[in-house]
Write a protein that binds this ligand. Structure first.
Ligand code: SF4
Length: 475
């Protein structure tokens, strides 16, 4: 409905808790913003591994009866937005299989860049796939491994895949958490009494009362078994490539991601933006909810007061029935409404986290002008998005990214703003001061840390002109 890059997935896992599946359910509630297409939980009691999945929100998929069926002291859970594979129940996670190593269930956040070629080769060798998700490739490689025990078979499987993976896996008695060597996607480790917990974001730890211990490190395999925990680093080390867009947009501001408070980073993005792109104005207005932290920073740095000039309706589902007679900008209006008393006659700085295609920004600018604003200056708290993501974020084709195909003046014209300014790459990385070199910024630079086979497809997309530099692989 909104012109945003789509969330990826959220994973959660817990070991050693008498109400493991209920804890997973709560954890998924906190991670719901990372995926709303499907939700699932697998639980284990030392001998059995049970799983349940469904389409929709966590609250729609699970009820008391279903959670009671998911017995045991271990559980993993997943909320999904499809970044690879279609949106259908077969692709919902956890995916559970039985194989020579015993039963196992997997939850994956990220995207494998060599999944297609591995899949093709596996199919040629006789593998039968049940899903169109890249995650199933890991299970096939695992099932075919001659290595023993389970962790060695898993290492053998994961050594063959390339790309982004933060995984929570469950056998009948062990929770395993793994993060790819580049550490694209986050994975936090926590404790709840004697129980071990892993989660895509720390906001899920907060909800269940768990304490954040540390991040699962890039390339680490953390194993919480029945009698002990182990931490392995079985993959060759690689340059860290943590997704900067987690800080810009995806993660909840109350989470700590990659060792930084998302709220603090996002506020700093706004401060840098105010320094780099000042403007004479009367009021700073965030696009709720994702623009609020950056707008707070922009207002604090510029001294211009921030007001909530757009109100968001939080109770809109994924789809709604539109009136037969078309209402202008209905899709945006049902979600956002302008506050005329704040906007009328004012020069407005509108702060948002990104412009993808530009279609929503255009509607919002019109809406604000329609409420009487004399000027609208759009300020974006990250650099122009010029290239697709291949590491687990759903981005449109390059030809659909307005910043890849239009100049700044053309963007201003298209969305009808008096000015549009983006944060620079330096300003972006300056907002994560602890380890700026540890971040992936490929969607802003077109330089990719991991090559991907779709390269030709991207260059060959219809509408991609000669001025679109081919996607480069570096490293
Ligand atoms: S390309 Fe962009 S969205 Fe994808 S992992 Fe890198 S920073 Fe994140």
């Amino acid at each position: 409905m909104f012109d945003k890059l789509s969330e990826e997935c959220g994973v959660f896992g817990i070991q050693g808790h008498p109400e493991a599946s209920r804890m997973a359910y709560l954890g998924l509630y906190a991670l719901q913003h990372r995926g709303q297409e499907s939700a699932g939980i697998a639980s284990a009691d030392g001998t059995r591994l049970l799983a349940s999945r469904g389409m929709g929100y966590v609250a729609d998929v699970f009820n008391e009866t279903e959670l009671s069926r998911l017995a045991g002291t271990l559980a993993i859970g997943h909320v999904r937005y499809s970044t690879a594979g279609e949106s259908k129940l077969a692709n919902a996670q956890p995916i559970r299989i039985d194989c020579v190593h015993g039963p196992i269930a997997i939850c994956h956040n990220g995207n494998l860049v060599n999944a297609d070629e591995l899949r093709e080769s596996l199919v040629r060798q006789g593998s039968i796939f049940q899903t169109s998700s890249d995650t199933e490739v890991i299970l096939h490689l695992y099932a075919r491994s001659k290595a023993r025990p389970v962790d060695e078979a898993l290492v053998e499987a994961l050594s063959q895949v390339r790309g982004a993976f933060s995984l929570a896996l469950l056998t009948s008695d062990t929770l395993i958490a793994v993060r790819d060597p580049h550490g694209f996607r986050p994975l936090a480790l926590g404790r709840l009494g004697e129980a071990w917990v892993v989660s895509s974001e720390t906001c899920a730890l907060d909800l269940i009362g768990a304490t954040f211990v540390r991040d699962v490190e890039p390339g680490e395999m953390f194993i919480a078994g029945p009698s002990a925990t182990r931490s392995l680093h079985p993959f060759p080390p690689a340059r860290p490539q943590q997704c900067i867009f987690e800080h810009v947009y995806f993660a909840r501001p109350d989470s700590v991601v990659f060792g930084e408070s998302v709220n603090e980073v996002r506020t700093m993005l706004g401060r840098h933006l105010a320094r780099e792109a000042p403007v004479e104005a009367d009021v700073v207005v965030p696009v709720p909810d994702s623009g609020v932290c950056a707008a707070t920073g922009y207002a604090a740095e510029s001294g211009i007061p921030m007001r909530m000039g757009l109100i968001r309706n939080h109770y809109v589902g994924r789809t709604f029935i539109e009136p037969r007679q078309s209402i202008r900008h209905f899709g945006v209006k049902v979600k956002l409404n302008p506050v005329r008393s704040i906007l009328d006659g004012r020069r407005v700085v509108l702060v948002d986290d990104s412009i993808v295609r530009g279609t929503t920004s255009r509607k919002i600018v019109r809406m604000i002008k329609g409420a009487g604003a004399s000027q609208v200056h759009v300020r974006i708290s990250c650099p122009p998005t010029i290239s697709p993501c291949f590491y687990g974020v759903d981005t449109p084709r390059r030809s659909e990214l307005i910043a890849a195909t239009h100049t700044l003046e053309e963007i201003e014209q298209f969305i009808g703003a008096d000015s549009v300014r983006y944060l620079s790459l330096e300003g972006l990385l300056g907002s994560v001061p602890t380890r700026p070199e540890a971040y992936c910024t490929s969607c802003y630079t077109g330089h990719y840390p991991l090559p991907f086979p779709q390269e030709e497809d991207v260059a060959a997309q219809p509408g991609v002109g000669l001025h679109d530099a081919p996607v480069k692989a570096v490293d």
